[in-house]
Design a protein around this ligand. Sequence first.
Ligand code: ZN
Length: 178
Amino acid sequence: MRACNHSRASAPRRKGLVEQRIVAKHTPSIAKNQMRRCCIAVIDPPPSNADIDRLWKFFDSSCAYCGAALVRGERRDHVLSQSALGTNDIHNQVLSCGLCNGDEKREEPWESFLARKVSSASLQRRRRARIEEWMQQAPPGRLSISSKKRRTAEAIARAFKDFDAAVEELRALKGRST
Ligand SMILES: [Zn+2]
């Protein structure tokens, strides 16, 4: 909303530029990219702010792996990675410091990462139980879209086919006199 008002306020000065940018965006391939992102956001929406609040509270504002204190806004880690078709569901995310998430864990399964990160067996058990407790709160089938991957791809392909046919029809119509 704020960004919208801002661009409107400065619109007269940059009018030519803004119009040029909008025209450039109206291509079928850009529309299809947007359609794909939109479809994926339907099946795998990002977490709400209330969900993110719950996550920070549950993990007591500290890294789920090493226990480092975090300040709000620091990163979150997908427990099941996107290559494992893990979702954006809040229960597939834990709080993670930059070192654990960005530098050390990367695509490694969280269980083995936690095992090599935390040397104390009892601490390791506690942190593992905490993460599992959080993941178990996910509604059924929400941690991974692996079982829904084929149907998601089919639905997107169907939308593209209809869209391509509409574009072809309009291109043909453009060249007609009536
Ligand atoms: Zn950490």
